[in-house]
Ligand binder design. Structure first.
Ligand code: C2O
Ligand code: CU
Length: 484
């Protein structure tokens, strides 16, 4: 993570965000009069070999940023300006999308819609401010079902000016891989079954690019654990045995601190959750973190292992745990304009309603065989199946007006629906108001359910709305909304 080759030939200054910046490419390059820093990074999208599984298994050939999976963690502070030079050393086009960051449209990294894709051998510089503190991430938006699935993703952490008081701030980027016995990535990207059903769910889950074994903690310490689901399709439902994590932020945005329902932290693809966990176990104790999202497929993700050191403190810190608010525009529900958005298609039957199998097709199928690159036409948004990023906007919104979108999942599968350029409040689920009206940028909607979201359309441009199960996105569950 600290290779010198990542360093930019640029003038050095005092590292603004000391502490936690384990990343050698962080070099401020100028300073604004406001005192907020400009940070310069360089990312290379490239093939590499990494020890995903670890000995005695061979290394795995991946595509990744700057030689590591996940890519370098980019850490900045709220209101900093980022300048990131992306070099494409892959043999195909790519782009980088800064997931969840409310940035100008031209920096959003959507091929053809907001920029020309970066050709092999070429580079592109992204430059934007960071209006919100929180946990974000970056990944390609070009053929992302394969590019992300091969390892192209990384964390983007924006620290608050006054962070909540914790002993350690830890990021877990959760990855999901479909590996063959030789630890190589199974090349069956984009196969029809993955496209039409639950997406590409793998057989190997990694934390920060390694098959995890143990996570070391000290009795009495308070952790801020930033979870990022970078998987193509896997939904996580993490249970921290012996601990009572509290959720303090969703998709980067602060939320009223609360314990998760049924003690399970549910994270759809692309979602982030910040937890505060007090390590209340005894020195030397051991606990497991289990992912129990898919019934009968639960597995032990990692073990929490306490050191034998004396506890850091005897009772948990008595400090505020809600991060400071971000400057999000508050939607006016009285005057909001309403639209219905219906997600359809896919095979019948789903994880949530009767197993992986199922037969029969729903509407939206438009020919094609059971094999090969049959991408478009499986999934729809308001009856239309996207076949690329260039399309007529399905909705045109007036800048600075409030909107309520009723998102209907008319399918037998889960869909994490993501909006670009905006964060939204989830105001109701299945007609019932949500108790915390949480801000999100990706809302996980179970089969046959609906969620209402509200936001101010304050960011001009053409933006994607799509399912973040990347196989669903690729096979049609994607649309454009325009803010003018
Ligand atoms: Cu994280 Cu449109 O993507
Ligand atoms: Cu989906």
């Amino acid at each position: 993570m600290t290779s010198d080759s990542q360093r930019m030939p640029t003038r050095r200054a005092v590292m603004q965000a000391a502490g936690g910046a384990a990343f050698g490419a962080l070099l401020p390059w100028s300073s604004h009069s406001t005192g907020d820093a400009s940070l310069e990074f360089r990312l290379r999208a490239e093939p590499a070999r990494v020890p995903l599984v670890g000995a005695p298994h061979p290394d795995t050939d991946v595509w990744c940023y700057s030689g590591t999976v996940p890519g370098p963690e980019i850490r900045a502070r709220q209101n900093d300006r980022l300048r990131i030079l992306v070099e494409n050393r892959l043999s195909e086009e790519t782009t980088v999308h800064w997931h969840g960051v409310r940035l100008p449209n031209a920096m959003d990294g959507v091929p053809h819609l907001t920029q020309k894709p970066i050709a092999p051998g070429e580079s592109f510089t992204y430059e934007f401010d960071l209006p919100d503190a929180g946990t974000f991430w970056y990944h390609p938006h070009q053929r992302s079902f394969e590019q992300v699935g091969r390892g192209l993703y990384g964390a983007l952490i924006v620290e608050e000016h006054t962070p909540i008081r914790v002993d350690r701030d830890v990021t877990w980027v959760l990855g999901d891989w479909r590996l063959q016995p030789n630890a190589g990535i199974s090349p069956d990207f984009g196969n029809f079954m993955d496209m039409a059903m639950s997406g590409r769910i793998g057989n190997t889950v990694t934390i920060n690019g390694r098959l995890p074994d143990r996570f070391h903690v000290k009795a009495g310490e308070r952790l801020r654990l930033r979870l990022i689901n970078a998987a193509n399709a896997r939904i996580f439902g993490l249970e921290f045995s012996g601990h009572r994590p509290r959720i303090v932020a969703l998709d980067g945005q602060p939320v009223e601190p609360h314990e998760p329902d049924s003690n399970r932290v549910v994270l759809g693809p692309a979602m982030r959750i910040d937890l505060i966990i007090d390590m209340t176990g005894r020195p030397g104790a051991r606990f497991s973190v289990v992912d129990g999202f898919y019934r009968s497929l639960e597995y032990n993700l990692v073990n929490i292992v306490y050191s034998n050191d004396a506890p850091l403190r005897t009772r948990p810190l008595d400090k505020e745990i809600k991060p400071s608010a971000n400057p999000l525009p508050e939607p006016d529900l009285e005057t909001a304009i309403r639209h219905e958005v219906k997600f359809g298609g896919g095979m019948m039957g789903g994880m949530g309603s009767g197993g992986m199998g199922g037969s029969g097709m729903m509407g939206g199928m438009m020919g094609g065989g059971m094999s090969g690159q049959m991408h478009a036409g499986i999934w729809t948004v308001n009856g239309v199946s996207a076949s690329g990023h260039i399309m007529e906007p399905m909705l045109t919104m007036q800048r600075n007006r409030s909107y309520v979108l009723a998102l209907h999942n008319d399918t037998a599968w889960y869909h994490p629906i993501h909006l670009h350029g905006h964060s939204f409040r989830v105001i109701s689920r299945n007609g019932r108001p949500t108790p915390r009206r949480e801000w999100q940028d990706t809302v996980l909607i179970p089969p046959r359910e609906r969620a209402e979201i509200a936001f101010v359309a304050d960011n001009p441009g053409d933006w994607m709305i799509h399912c973040h199960i990347l196989e669903h996105q690729e096979s049609g569950m994607m649309g454009v909304f325009r803010v003018t």
